[in-house]
Design a protein around this ligand. Structure first.
Ligand SMILES: N[C@@H](CCC(=O)N[C@@H](CS)C(=O)NCC(=O)O)C(=O)O
Length: 300
C-alpha cells in the first residue's frame, strides 16, 4: 500500500528518476535552446568573477567586509608588516560571500580570505591561518619577524594566544552580538551566557597582563621592588604602571594584535573595558595608537 506519510527514501528518488526519459527525440528541443542561448548578449560577469578571471600578479588580495572584525584582524597584520595588499570588501546583502569563485578559495563562505599573488595565487582562509601564513612567510624571507619569533618556545606561547583569540574570544563576542541585536526572538539566557563567557575570556587576559605588569615593574623599578613585594606601596604608584606590556616578550606580536578589532566592539555588548579590565584597556589603547593599526582600521 502506498503510504503518503512515510518519509521519502532514496528508493523513492531513484524510482522518480526512472521516469525521467532522455532520448534522441528531445535533441531537437535542446538544439533550439542552445541556438537561443548563443544568440543572447553575453551575461555580465559579477565583479567577483571578473577579479578571478584577471588576478593581479603581485601583492595580496584580502577579502573582507566593512564591519568584519576578523577581516580587520588580517588587515592589521598586513599593514604592520608593510605588505602590499588590496582589499575587496564583499557585499553580504547580495550574497557575494557565496559566489562560486569565492567559495573555491574559502569553502566556509566567510571573510577573511587572502590570496598571495606572488606565490602562485595561493589562497588561505580562516583569520588565524592567514596570520600564521603571513608571519611565517615574512620570517622565511627576512630571517626575522617582529610580530612572530624564531624561537620555538616563544612561537608556542604566541600560538596559544592566537588560537585562544580565534576560538574563544571572537566567537563568543560574535554570539553575544547576535543574540543581543540580530536574533529573530529575544533569548535572554543566550545573551547572558555569551556575555558572561566574554567576561570570563577578558578575565583571563586581564590576569595575564597584570602578571606581565608586575614582572615588568619588579624588573625596572628596582629601588621600590621590596615595597611592592611587601605590599606597603601599591603597584599603581609605580612610574611603570602605564608602561606598555605585551602578552609574549617585550614587543607587540600577533598574540596581541589579533585581539584589537574585537576589543573595539565589546562596548556594544555592555562591557566597559576601562572600568572592568583596566590592563586590557591600556593594552588596547597602545595598540590602537600604532600608525599601521590606524591605517588598517580605516581600510586604507
Ligand atoms: N573563524 C572564522 C570566522 C569568519 C567569520 O565568521 N566571518 C564573518 C565576518 S566577521 C562572516 O564572513 N560572515 C558572513 C556570513 O555569515 O555570511 C575566521 O576567523 O576567519
Amino acid at each position: 500500500m502506498d503510504n503518503h506519510n512515510e518519509p521519502h527514501t532514496i528508493s523513492n528518488l531513484s524510482a522518480g528518476l526512472k521516469n525521467v526519459n532522455i532520448d534522441h527525440r528531445d535533441n531537437g528541443d535542446i538544439n533550439m535552446l542552445q541556438q537561443h542561448l548563443s544568440s543572447q548578449a553575453p551575461m555580465e560577469q559579477s565583479r567577483i568573477a571578473q577579479f578571478f578571471n584577471n588576478q593581479p600578479t603581485e601583492g595580496f588580495t584580502l577579502f573582507s567586509h566593512r564591519s568584519a572584525p576578523n577581516g580587520f584582524k588580517v588587515a592589521i597584520i598586513l599593514s604592520e608588516l608593510d605588505l602590499n595588499y588590496n582589499t575587496i570588501f564583499l557585499d553580504f546583502n547580495s550574497g557575494e560571500q557565496r559566489a562560486p569563485e569565492f567559495v573555491t578559495i574559502n569553502p566556509n563562505a566567510r571573510v577573511p580570505a587572502l590570496i598571495d599573488h606572488a606565490n602562485d595565487n595561493t589562497s588561505i582562509w580562516e583569520s588565524g591561518a592567514i596570520i600564521f601564513y603571513l608571519v611565517s612567510k615574512y620570517l622565511n624571507e627576512n630571517g626575522e619577524c617582529k610580530l612572530w619569533s624564531n624561537n620555538l618556545v616563544e612561537q608556542s606561547a604566541i600560538s596559544s594566544w592566537v588560537f585562544f583569540q580565534t576560538s574563544g574570544h571572537a566567537p563568543m563576542i560574535g554570539q553575544a552580538l547576535h543574540f543581543r541585536y540580530f536574533h529573530s526572538s529575544p533569548v535572554p539566557s543566550a545573551v547572558e551566557r555569551y556575555t558572561d563567557e566574554v567576561r570570563r575570556v577578558y578575565g583571563v587576559l586581564e590576569m595575564a597582563l597584570a602578571e606581565r605588569r608586575e614582572a615588568l615593574i619588579m624588573d625596572l623599578d628596582v629601588e621600590n621592588a621590596a615595597a611592592y613585594s611587601a605590599g606597603t606601596t601599591p603597584l599603581s604608584q609605580s612610574r611603570y604602571f602605564d608602561y606598555p606590556i605585551w602578552l609574549v616578550g617585550d614587543r607587540a606580536t600577533i598574540a596581541d594584535l589579533s585581539f584589537v578589532p574585537w576589543n573595539n566592539v565589546v562596548d556594544r555588548i555592555g562591557i566597559n573595558l576601562k572600568n572592568e579590565f583596566p590592563e586590557v584597556y591600556k593594552w588596547t589603547k597602545y595598540m590602537m595608537r600604532r600608525p599601521a593599526v590606524i591605517r588598517a582600521l580605516r581600510g586604507e
